[in-house]
Design a protein around this ligand. Sequence first.
Ligand code: ADP
Length: 513
Amino acid sequence: MKMMKHVKKQNKSTKETLKSSLTFKWVSLVAATITVSFVIFSIAIYSLVKQQIVSQERNLTESVATTFQRRLVEIPTSLQISNVVPQLSPNTNRILEGQTPITSNDGGNVFNDDVLATLSNRDTSITIYNPSGDVVFSNGNVPDNGMPHFSKTENHVLKVETTKGKIHMKIYQKIFSDKTRRLTGYLIVDNSMDQQNHVLKSIRNWMIGLSIIAIIVFVGLSYLIVNSVVQPIKKMSQISHDINEDPTNKRRVPDLHRNDELGELAISFNEMLDRMQAYMQQQKQFVGDVSHELRTPVAVIEGHLNLLERWGKDDPQVLEESIQASLQESKRMKHLIQEMLDLTRAEQVDLQYPDKTADVNEVLNRTVNDMRMIHQDFTITYDDSDLAPDTIIKIYRNHLEQILIILIDNAIKYSTDRKEILVDAATEKDKVKISVQDFGEGIAPDEQDKIFNRFYRVDKARTREKGGNGLGLAIAQKLVESYHGKISVSSTLGSGSKFMIEFPLLKSKSENK
Ligand code: ADP
């Protein structure tokens, strides 16, 4: 019972999804639009044709009625079969009386053969009544409803009627004798319009047929078009659903081979997934690296505290050593945490300091002087001969200082015997280039790419001794790139390294001149 309910529910939800699906909505809309347009168009065309036919037939029927009336008014007495037939067919009468037949030379349109032609027309039936309502002549079926009801003032009535989808028209005409002005009878011209009804029926059938074909063709076409749009969207939706379930899923939208907005959407959708997964991977890696880096100082401090707990309390030497070591480790940890914070902040500087600028010469002079003060055993030379005066770049000055400190600090850390550092700044076209060079241990070519990665150190044990966490260059790179600059290194193992950075020039005095 429960199962049945579940299946029913599922069926219902499938039906609902089908109804709310884009394809269904779109195709229904197209079908409805085409149907309505075709119905309106068909009705308009049909009405126009029908109107035209009715108007033509009305003229024809009227002219038949007039022709008959003209002949019948010549009969002075009440209409009877004996005076009506000779009047309608004077030829017959003349031949019976032994006279020559009427020729076209005799003139007088009343006596032409139109009347006879009309009598033989299968669609038009003519019935003539005497004043008392008895049929005196008919060329076809006598109308069922017989004599018309004229209102007092009427002599002539025209009725257009539609029965069972067929149009027909009738003219009721009172006949007055030309001579006596007395009512001599009645004339009914009934045009069944069979031929025209047949034509109209054909038009109707054609239009219905064409409408059905058009609806099928357009619905089919719109289904194909809509499907070609909806399929990629469905794919993207399926892929995002899969990635929602498993964020490491490597599925991507396949190449759609189309140059339209959907093709672009698919490409940027894939790029977005790539970036998102790379970012997630980076975060994971970062958390792993951080916990790994923090584990060592924590373990060292813990070791010393254990040592103190067991023996150190009473041994002043152990106590002193352990306190010093723990202090050093906690300082290192503080430094590491500060560097990690700097790295995180370096990724968002563009948003935080969008309008800050710095005077390159001023910042470099100050930083180099500060570094000279701290490291008096080093000769730090600053060459600004190629730097245009008042060179301004788009960067928050503390960040430029931070980058320089990282580079000069490294140059000092990794210098060997030759304690000399060259800092150079130059303006080149629309760029400002700054370099920091040392003559120390240098970096092997295969390491040069990796040194900008977080926590990467060429010689872990040695750099740890020097207090390095492997974050300095990563921070410098993030900062430089956040301000649309570039950072690179050229180095020879054993001879020293040169770190180069460049920024887009905002303005300088030489430029203003
Ligand atoms: P650290 O804080 O360990 O110096 P960095 O990210 O600043 O971290 O540098 C990463 C690694 O690159 C260092 O561990 C070092 O091996 C190498 N390195 C950086 N600068 C220099 C340099 N001027 N000369 C030689 N090696 C360097």
